[in-house]
Design a binder for this molecule. Sequence first.
Ligand SMILES: [Zn+2]
Length: 482
Amino acid sequence: MNCMKNKTKGIKIMKKMIALILTFILVLGVYALGYPQNNLDIQYKDDIRGNEAIKYKSTKENKLDITHQIKEVIEIKEDINSNIQSNSIKPDLRLYDLGVEPGCSYPFAARKDAVLQYTVANFKNCDCKDVEVGVKIDGELFHTFNIGDIPAHRGYITTFTIGNYREGTYNVEIIADINNIIEEEDETNNSDSGNFTWIGTPDLVAAEWRDEGLSVYEKDKKYDFYFRVDNAGTGVAKGETIVYLINNGDTVAQWSFIDFPENAYFEKDITLRFRDEGDYNIGIVVDKENKISESNENNNSIIKKYTAVESYGTMGWEYMYNNPNNRYISSGYGLPDRPDHYGIDIISSNSSVDHIYGDPIENVCPGTVELATESPTAGNYVVVKSDNIDPITGNNLRVRYLHMKGTPIPRQGDIVSKGSLVGYTGNTGYVEPLPTPSNPKGGTHLHFDVNNKAKTGYLTINDTINPELFFPLITFSGKTSL
Ligand SMILES: [Zn+2]
């Protein structure tokens, strides 16, 4: 019998252990699958997690904003509780009935006006002159105001408004004759106090999502991103606030805080790498499960679409100049000082134009010459239809060489190889400064652009790609936009 019992016990323990092991495997599995990295790699600039990473926008301290108003004058008929005779020559100020003004909703809303009410009255047959009233909050005197004279046997029902208070419970005390100037029959009944509560509502906001502002993102390259989440409401987001980094609907990282305070924010620098070509919908969502009740539930996410393309840098294009000085960009691609400039203007890093004027320009990619001509603005120029297909538009990429000295070397329809001579660097067409007899080489530069919209001219920034991306081994100086 004992043996049987032990056996049954043994089987039970085995079953329990198997269940435990299974649970363990399951938990591990969930952990591993928890953040599907899918086709996005994430790196963090720092790895601070939790509350220490929260910052404050500014010190938004409680600021008293008190106004007061005499609502009603009352008559004190008789002082039945006092054994002091009513013909006393001293007055007796009393302050009582401190509470929420009838009709004012309570608990008070944080940062909004809260109206309290009290009664101050003179119970004796002698006037009180210039009565000063003081307001203390949590024991600290914040404000005094003069309610004027209170004649014998008169009282005032007075309201006062406290504005802009932060979430919390505070002790409010009102004191008549705060500086104890009036000589009274009884000096011990001049104040009333109570605890009052202000309740706030948090508002979690996906406040900012910043990328590198590029029109094209290449796969396998790293890009910097930044985001910020604010609590822009009037109260603490109580419990756990979770910020999710989302890619195509999946959570790829998350950060959480306990009790995210009013006026606080969380920001993060991250580096992302697109591992595949295609579309990515990336951004942040705060409080995805909607666990926190907020004043505005519609500002909790920012998601942006990115298209990652095959790296332009792997197309094997060769830079058009052999001279290592000719890598200085005098006007960059889509930079703030000239946002509609859709190519790069190349000059020599030696400041004199002499150092690039006449330098041979070699074709950067194999292709076919689509145009070899001249115009008043582009001067002598060549358009090459590259053999390379753009992964976004499916068009053959086009490159253009502008402002060349003399007639282009190849002719329209010629098949050109990488490294074949296109022409010589010059200053034809519209250049700045325009050449003059005394400065015949003025304005010399090569304008080079790449477009993926099958255009030979009339380009805009939206038709083009930053040419610097095609030459990953070249280090440009000047107005580079990489
Ligand atoms: Zn240009």
